[in-house]
Structure formats: C-alpha cells, structure tokens
Design a protein around this ligand. Structure first.
Ligand code: PLP
Length: 486
C-alpha cells in the first residue's frame, strides 16, 4: 500500500525490496505458526457453501491495503475455510505434501520470476531441471533409457500426471499415425483406440477426450482379483480392435491405482504392447515414490519396456504441487508431436540443436522454475532421509492393516502393497458410511472412500509429511469407537 515519490510523475505503488524483506518475514512466520498449530484445526473445513465469500468484501479496494490487514483476513476467513491437507491426520485421497525446503524453493522460484520456455530464456532453469530429473531417475532406479543423458530418452517436469498422460497420448497418436492427425486432423486417421484398466485414473479418460480420440475408443480392460489389469483381457481387446481395422495408439498401465494402489503387471502388459507395437505409458503418480527404497522397487519391474512414465513428487515426495516428473524413452517422438517454432522464438541456441527447449515437451509455452523446489527437497532430505520417511509410512500402513485384520467388525477390501489401507465394516455399506462419517465429522481426522466390487470402502492413505504412527493409531481408535456405537 506504500506510495513513494520524489515528484508527482514518479509515484510508485510497488513494494520496495526493504518492505518485501520485512513483510516476507511476517508471511514465513504465519506459515511456521500455522504448521505448529495445525493439529488444532478440524481437518475437514466445517464452513458452509458461500460462507468464505460472504465474509470478504465484494469488490476490490481502490486504495492499496497493508499486508497486516491481508494476513488478518487469512487468519479470520481463509484458515477456517481450509481443509488441512498438511495435517498429520489427513488420510484422504492421496497425499499432496508440502515441506519446508519445498516451500522455500517455490518462494525462490516466484522471487526470481524466470520464464523457462526456451533454454535461452533462462539456461539454469532448463539445465537444473534436466539434472534434477536424472537425479530422480537414479534415486528411483528408473531404466537408464529414460535419462536425459541417454542417447534417446529424456524427462521434463509437467504440472500434473494428467498433463503427462495427455502428452504421452499425443506423442503416441502421432507416432502411430506418422504425424497424420497433427496435420490432417483426426478424421484422416480412421479409428484410433486406447486402453487402460477399469481402475485407472480418470485423467486417462480426460486425455482421450482432449486428444480427440473419443471415450468410445477407450477400452476399460478388466482387472483380476487384486484389482490389477488383466493382460489376457488387454490382448483380447487389442486383437478385436485390430481385426476391426482400428489403430491402437496407447496403453496406460498404473503402478498404484487411486482406488486401492493395485500394481498392474508391467512385464506382461509390456509384452502385449510389444506384440501390437503400441505405446506403453506407466502412471505411477503416487506409488512410484516407493521405489526410493530398494525393497519396493519390484513395483517397477518391466518398466524398461515402457515408452513413458510419470511420478508425482507433489504427492508423496514432500514437494508441493505442482511437480510431475515425466520420462520418455524416445524424446524425438514427444518433441516432434509438440514442437512449433514461430519466428519470435527463434534463437541461436535452439538452432544449434545443442540445447533442450522444454516448451516442446508440454502443452503451454511458458513454464515456471519448478526444478528449484524438487532440487531443494532432494538436497535437504538426502536419499537417506527420503527413504526413512517412505519406509515409516509403509510400516505404519502395514500396522494398520494388522489392526484391521484383528478386529472382527472390519475386513480388508484389497491387498496393502504399500501405504494405502482399504477396509470396510463387515455389516455393509451403511455401517461403513456411518463410522467414516463419525470420524470425519469429529474433525480429528479425514478419511475418503471408494467402491471395490460395488461395495463402499474406507481408504486410509498414510503419506503426509507430518504423519507419524500416533496419528494413525488415534484415527483407528476413533473408528473402533464409532463401531462400538453402531
Ligand atoms: C494414479 C493417479 N494418476 C493420476 C493422478 C492425477 O494426478 P494429477 O493431479 O497430478 O493430475 C492421480 C491423482 O491422484 C492418481 O492417483
């Protein structure tokens, strides 16, 4: 709100570096105070629809306001209107973690304010991203062919796993049709088909819609009794489509489905994809992080035969949204599908062919310096620190699975390969719903649900940055109390 001028024409309303230094400290203090008292808030916001808006002015101010007033409104209106994803008792969906080093990297990215669309528009933005993704490939023991220093592969940070699967689909579509759809449009290529399991994430369906393939041409392949994709059913679907004259474009396999963390059998799926020369994308959005630990790397067996892969550090790897690491075995396929070079972006570095221009690897042109926050996280925790917390989460989830097995009122609804426990009340959906609603309504924890074989299931996703064994134990105690009261 400051206004400083040495003459009427030199007025400036910008925040000076000095003000930024002082006010920035107040914001950091607010975040630190919030994290220190996060357990005092009801995990699920109790506000009613419209309540947040009604508590704030309907129109923007004519005169600038002091930061102190803004922070007071954050305290008064915004914090009560939040569902506290960083609460250690948030067990819904999958984690959307944050952490100190990640927030500081994000702040630095905003403060430096660079645009990394081309190598030339900020060489460090591109080169750090390439390096950090190779670091991540090493930490997760990903196939060498995905690394940017391999002959054909490479990696890029996307905003989300949804964007990653869309880019994989567009690259696969262009490879399968030799660039025909990109130039002549969808009608020129005839019927294109895509495949994923019935348990795959909805982002596959969204990508199929956006890319013009059409949801009628997405085959939701049957799953086995572990809720993992059945390769025989995949092969049958491909054979039927090819016999009918269709062109199969993409198969998406999931390592850790959203419902139950089912792990699709990559070796068998990859063998089918090889036979039909179809692009295999592996979506490991949440569970891929487990591969930090050698004992969980079995989840990636067969990944060396995939065409692309994505994992979200913004889920379980303590890096705040948005940060999806997207790897491809053939970068030329991706770049040729997405690259357009207008006159105003021409530059010597691009023309030399010696640099990566990440605008060619994603949908938008502009791009943020996301690598900073991932770099800060990897350097702050070190591989050992990351492994420690991932192991701790898996161990806590396995303990919870044991408690569920030992209580005759509950039963596990799916295998528990990693850090997600899915279970239900043996009396059926009404009882399951009631115990879950009681815990969520108490504000002490937040659980979400899904359906397995048509039956309602409680999901306890253990992966929050601040989540320790005591938090899961307390939530389980509350579920048991709610079952006592039925
Ligand atoms: C398996 C899986 N794939 C994709 C996604 C979509 O992630 P994003 O929000 O990064 O698009 C999710 C989100 O939970 C997921 O669980």
């Amino acid at each position: 709100m400051s206004e400083h001028a040495s003459g009427p024409d030199e007025r400036s309303y910008h925040m000076t570096p000095g003000e930024f230094r002082r006010q920035g400290r107040a914001v950091i203090d607010l975040i630190a105070d919030y994290l220190e008292r996060i357990e005092e808030f009801p995990v699920l916001s109790p506000v009613q629809p419209g309540e947040v808006r009604a508590a704030l002015p309907g129109s923007p101010p004519e005169r600038g306001e002091p930061l102190a007033d803004m922070l007071a409104d954050v305290e008064r209106v915004i914090l009560p209107g939040l569902t506290h994803w960083q609460s250690p008792s948030f067990f819904g969906f999958f984690p959307a973690n944050s952490s100190g080093p990640s927030v500081l990297g994000e702040l630095l990215s905003a403060g430096l304010g660079v645009q990394g669309m081309l190598w030339a528009t900020s060489p460090a933005c591109t080169e750090l991203e390439t390096l950090v993704l190779d670091w991540l490939a090493e930490l997760l023991a990903l196939p060498a062919g995905f690394r940017s220093d391999s002959p054909a592969g490479g990696a890029v940070i996307q905003d989300s796993a949804s964007s990653a699967v869309l880019c994989a689909l567009v690259a696969a579509r262009e490879r399968a049709t030799r660039g025909l759809v990109g130039t002549a449009g969808g009608a020129a290529a005839g019927q294109l088909t895509t495949y994923c399991s019935a348990e795959a994430h909805s982002s596959v369906e969204k990508a199929v819609r956006i890319a013009g393939v059409g949801t009628d041409n997405l085959r939701r392949v049957a799953v086995d009794d572990r809720l993992a994709l059945d390769p025989a059913a995949l092969e049958a679907a491909l054979a039927t489509d090819v016999a009918a004259g269709a062109t199969p474009v993409l198969v998406v396999a999931t390592v850790g489905t959203t419902g139950t963390t089912a792990i699709d059998p990559l070796p068998a799926v990859a063998a089918v994809c090889d036979r039909y020369a179809v692009w295999l994308h592996v979506d490991a959005a949440m569970s891929g992080t487990a591969a930090l630990c050698p004992e969980f790397r079995w989840i990636h067996e067969g990944l060396d035969r995939a065409d692309s892969y994505s994992v979200n550090p913004h889920k379980w790897m303590f890096t705040n949204f948005d940060c999806d690491a997207f790897y491809v075995a053939d970068r030329a396929a991706l770049v040729s599908a997405l690259s357009i070079l207008p006159e105003y972006l021409r530059n010597a570095a691009t023309e030399s062919g010696a640099v990566i221009d990440y605008r060619d690897w994603q949908v938008p042109l502009g791009r943020r310096f996301r690598a900073l926050k991932l770099w800060f996280v990897l350097r702050h925790y070190g591989a050992g620190g990351l492994r420690h917390h991932v192991r701790e989460h898996v161990a806590i989830a396995q303990k919870l699975a044991g408690w569920v097995r030992a209580d005759s009122r509950f039963e596990l609804a799916a295998p528990v390969p990693l850090n997600l426990v899915c279970f239900r009340h043996v009396d059926g959906d009404v009882a399951t719903e009631r115990v879950m609603a009681e815990v969520n309504g108490s504000g002490a924890a937040y659980l979400s649900s899904t359906r397995v074989c048509g039956r309602l299931v409680i999901r306890v996703s253990v992966g929050g940055t601040l989540t320790r064994a005591a938090h899961v134990k307390a939530a389980w105690g509350r579920l048991q109390q709610a079952a006592d009261g039925l």
